[in-house]
Design a protein around this ligand. Structure first.
Ligand code: ADP
Ligand code: MG
Length: 364
């Protein structure tokens, strides 16, 4: 999809609400045809960013460029974007087809043009068969698809979605994540999707941005962000990560040794800008850990005795809560493929092991 061009650009955009800096010098370039997510906790400035793109708010500083055009002074209805609201905002007394046609009728388009465009939009979201229903006669997922059709019927170059799956229950949300990504690929336009749900952002997006307190923390593919978080906040927000605080003892080439009180020396890949003496956080994801009854190192550079505080059987894996020698609690997720004999129970002693490359070193 990427033709090398950018569909949306924000350059140093700042937006204040009174004393609150809702968006703080945000610079971002979103490629044409990509599914781009903005991920952040509540209050991080996601909705404000979408409203700035849609033209419902004006930036205090910075520039917004959409499809190569500067947006300063361009009203919402003249921008090549459409915003799908968090709560769908469907008209309850109008049929599905009427809801989708409404915007075009307001623009004064001819009946002969409205009909085929509504049919096409309903086809895209696979709701052609339910065109004469009322919103109350649809499931939550279907109502969401009507809201999408109502935006797509305007043929925007960019679709802006504010927490599009937020109103749906967990199971339906998982289905809609797949559905929404497939829809984006079918229509081939740029999607900018805002969410506070890290799983959702990782599943659907080609790339994502992580925001906190109005600031951009990191941009990358889901894999970039998951495997190489740029800060402790991103590591924790993107998924459960175990961590230990320590001080870098030495660096030899690509390898750092870190002294951790109550544990000893642990090994992690070196990162630029981190020298001997730097306070750091070593993080390791729960699924990268190994648990064994055998004291031998087995090629794992990191190795320590732990006690199993809790073991939760979860079908394909067991989730453990482990007490480290310094009394910190870590989580481990170990596949059950090896059979019950190898599972551990609460109260048991074990050896926790991981390879140097499995850890991520972050400046504290
Ligand atoms: P998010 O969508 O990530 O939850 P918002 O963009 O809605 O975040 O809000 C970012 C910050 O700006 C929050 O601190 C919020 O309270 C504040 N804010 C948003 N809109 C307004 C407003 N209209 N008036 C005052 N403060 C606002
Ligand atoms: Mg919001």
């Amino acid at each position: 999809m990427d033709d090398g061009g950018h569909s949306v650009e924000l350059r140093g955009v700042t937006k204040r609400h009174g004393a609150t800096v809702a968006v703080d010098r945000l610079s971002l370039a979103i490629r044409t045809g990509e599914f781009f997510s903005i991920l952040g906790p509540s209050g991080s400035g996601k909705t404000t960013t979408l409203r700035l793109l849609a033209g419902f708010e004006q930036p205090d500083a910075g520039e917004i460029i959409i499809e190569g055009r500067h947006m300063e002074g361009v009203p919402p209805n003249r921008r090549p974007v459409n915003l799908v609201f968090q709560n769908y905002a469907l008209f309850p007394h109008m049929t599905v087809a009427k809801n989708v046609a409404f915007g075009l009728e307001m623009q004064g388009l001819a009946e002969a043009e409205i009909g085929p465009r509504v049919a096409g939009a309903l086809e895209m979201v696979r709701l052609a068969a339910k065109r004469d229903r009322l919103p109350s006669q649809l499931s939550g997922g279907e109502q969401q698809r009507v809201a999408l059709a109502r935006a797509l019927v305007n043929r925007p170059a960019v679709l802006l979605l504010d927490e599009p799956l937020g109103a749906l229950d967990k199971q339906l949300r998982l289905e809609m994540e797949v559905e929404l990504k497939a829809l984006q690929e079918r229509v081939g336009i740029t999607f900018v999707c805002v969410t506070h749900d890290q799983e959702e952002a990782l599943t659907m997006s080609d790339r994502l941005a992580v925001m906190h307190h109005g600031k951009l923390l990191q941009v990358g593919t889901p894999e970039d962000i998951y495997t190489a978080p740029a800060s402790a906040f991103v590591a924790n927000f993107i998924g459960v990560s175990n961590s230990l605080s320590g001080r870098v003892e030495g660096i030899i080439g690509q390898h750092a040794t870190v002294a951790v009180e109550g544990i000893g020396v642990i090994h992690a890949p070196a990162v630029p800008g981190v020298a001997a003496g730097t306070p750091v956080l070593v993080t390791v994801r729960p699924e990268r850990l190994h648990l064994s009854r055998d004291e031998a190192h087995d090629g794992f550079q990191n190795h320590m005795p732990v006690r199993v505080a809790k073991a939760i059987y979860a079908g394909n894996e067991t989730q453990y809560l482990l007490t480290l020698p310094n009394k910190h609690m870590w989580k481990a997720r170990i596949p059950n493929a090896d059979g019950a004999a190898k599972r551990f129970h609460a109260g048991e002693s074990a050896y926790l092991k991981w390879r140097t490359a499995e850890a991520v070193l972050l400046p504290e």
